[in-house]
Design a protein around this ligand. Structure first.
Ligand code: DX5
Ligand code: ZN
Length: 219
């Protein structure tokens, strides 16, 4: 069942020189989760942050850390991110040879397991894994950078996955990531999403705008 929408600001758009302060500011501004984009310069053409930074941020908020791993191979690093304080660990099917095993490994570490689909990755990739996961992340941009434009075709994918989650009757979060802003969030929620990632749209305008930015994203 679709749950009330959770907003997960991506700290990729935060001021990296003041990351702890930025995390506290979005927490106070009403963020439900904190989205942390981990990139390796190999799976995606950008390099961001590792487990040491996640660990350093952990004392700055009690909100769940929604850690999006865009790294390959991914299995080697699951434990480090779990220990650093990740609550949700999301992986891409293309990031390792055995997705089912990776999902079990995340759950074995006591963390919620997410699977993320790139824009060209079909919903049917979830056929034999959906019932095992806690979260599906639909990428509405190609992973690697903030500030890209929302890819409209992903709304159909969100609708299709929403149907399948409801048929299954399990509580699986359906999150959308990339190009989400106040002008398209209503359509994304109407398509069936119940968690929205937003980097640019959260951090635009500086700290005094965060609360209004987050409120606007709830549709
Ligand atoms: C892209 C990341 C996104 C990104 C979203 O690879 O997964 O989380 O930071 O940024 P915006 O909201 O600016 O599109
Ligand atoms: Zn992300």
């Amino acid at each position: 069942m679709q749950q009330p929408v959770r907003i997960s600001p991506s700290i990729l758009s935060a001021d990296f020189a003041r990351l702890g302060e930025e995390v506290r500011a979005i927490d106070e501004a009403g963020a439900d989760w904190i989205h942390i984009d981990v990139m390796d310069g190999h799976f995606v053409p950008n390099i961001t942050i590792g487990p040491a930074v996640v660990k350093a941020l952990r004392p700055h908020t009690a909100k769940p850390f929604d850690v999006h791993l865009m790294i390959s191979p991914v299995d080697l690093y699951l434990e480090a991110f779990a220990e650093a304080g990740a609550d949700i660990i999301t992986v891409h099917p293309e990031a390792g040879p055995h997705l089912h095993r990776t999902v079990q490994a995340i759950k074995g570490l006591g963390r919620k397991a997410g699977v993320s689909l790139n824009p060209a990755t079909p919903a049917k990739t979830l056929d034999y894994i959906l019932e095992e996961v806690d979260l599906v992340l639909v990428m509405s941009v190609n992973p690697g950078f903030g500030g890209q434009s929302f890819i409209e075709s992903q709304l159909r994918k969100v609708e299709a996955i929403r149907k399948r989650i409801d048929q299954l009757g399990k509580s699986i979060d359906l999150e959308v990531d990339g190009g989400v802003d106040r002008s398209n969030c209503r359509r994304i929620i109407d398509a069936g999403a119940d968690a929205l990632v937003a980097g640019t749209a959260t951090f635009r305008g500086g700290p005094s705008a965060y609360a209004d930015n987050i409120r606007a994203l709830r549709g």
